[in-house]
Write a protein that binds this ligand. Structure first.
Ligand SMILES: [Ca+2]
Length: 336
């Protein structure tokens, strides 16, 4: 039974009268912890009707499967097991086919945002296999579950839940209670969280609606805009093989921020396979490959990909898929 003092006055009266009648309705039993405060905040920020917000939240379900899913992310695996999940022949050939089928659009958006188009395509490839798997969880259930029932990440997910409730209708693919996405509440081909839709979503087809589920121009331009706003350097490298010498100094990297000039990493015993600008801001990743440790110099654009997903494994998967896609596109060009 909900804690009575947390209920709004009307609900309190309703609860009391039902209590007298000797019954509690399922709607009251479904009230979520912290719901009243959340509704108050959203209503104060946006002027949205508290009754409608409560009705929406009353319809959301805490789902144990979502709590289970967040406890076993793929990023816990070593690179040699992570890579085959995302870099498959199918995903590569689908990416090449997608690029070729939508070439004018992806290249136009690439020029407009100054982002390499194969990386835009690779993001939707890694995230959702080019829109085929955008997630089957109800977004509202996901964000209620993680925002209100999962203390380790509650601050982050409650904020995303609040943002979802506050987004204008024309920023979402449909009514909030119909949206589906990942167990973390990410939506559409690019798996944008509500705050990312708010901050980076683009209405690229000009229909007045940001639709991350059904509009390819909106989807691809939003991904490109996300990269551009996070500092993508057009034409810049993402990562390059590093050859360690036997006495190479172990390098600990807190995040992928390129914090050393390349020559510093060279002085520590890592050699690029091809000569590069010694002053280039760089970082280093050590990944557990099939044949042992792999060392990679990483640069600003690698860091930008980690703004999309913090995992260096994710960024490397996007990088390698993008490279496979663009090389397949070039091969198709030569074959014509
Ligand atoms: Ca649109």
């Amino acid at each position: 039974m909900p804690v009575i003092p947390a209920l709004r006055p009307l609900r309190f009266l309703a609860a009391l009268s039902l209590f007298w009648m000797g019954a509690l309705t399922p709607a009251l039993a479904d009230t979520h912890p912290g719901q009243a405060e959340l509704v108050r905040e959203v209503s104060a920020d946006t002027g949205k009707d508290p009754q409608a917000l409560n009705a929406l939240l009353d319809g959301a379900q805490m789902q144990q499967s979502i709590l289970d899913a967040i406890s076993r992310p793929a990023e816990g695996k070593p690179w040699k097991d992570y890579r085959p999940i995302f870099i498959t022949n199918q995903r590569i050939s689908d990416g090449i086919a997608f690029y070729l089928a939508h070439r004018d659009l992806v290249e136009r958006i690439g020029r407009q945002y100054q982002v390499a188009p194969e990386y835009i395509v690779a993001i939707v490839g890694v995230e959702t296999s080019y829109g085929r798997n955008t997630g089957k969880y109800k977004v509202l259930d996901a964000l209620v579950t993680l925002g209100l029932y999962y203390p380790p990440r509650a601050a982050f997910f409650r904020n995303e839940l609040k943002t979802l409730l506050e987004l204008p209708d024309n920023h979402l693919a449909g009514p909030i209670d119909t949206l589906t996405g990942s167990y973390a509440g990410a939506q559409g081909w690019g798996q944008f969280m509500p705050s990312s839709i708010r901050d980076y979503g683009v209405d690229a087809d000009g229909d007045g609606h940001i639709d991350m589920m059904n509009s390819l121009p909106d989807i691809l331009a939003s991904v490109a805009n996300y990269f551009a706003k996070h500092g993508w350097v057009n034409g810049g490298p993402v990562a390059a093989w590093a050859q360690p010498d036997v006495a190479a100094k172990p390098v600990t990297v807190k995040d992928a921020n390129p914090q050393w000039p390349l020559e510093q990493l060279e002085a520590w015993g890592y050699t690029p396979l091809r000569a590069m600008n010694p002053g280039k801001p760089s970082s280093l990743q050590k990944l557990e490959g099939v044949y042992g440790p792999e060392y990679w110099f990483t640069f600003q654009n690698f860091y930008v990909i980690t703004r999309y997903n913090r995992s260096p494994l994710y960024a490397m998967a996007v990088n390698q898929l993008a490279q496979e896609i663009i090389s397949g596109v070039h091969q198709a060009d030569q074959a014509r």
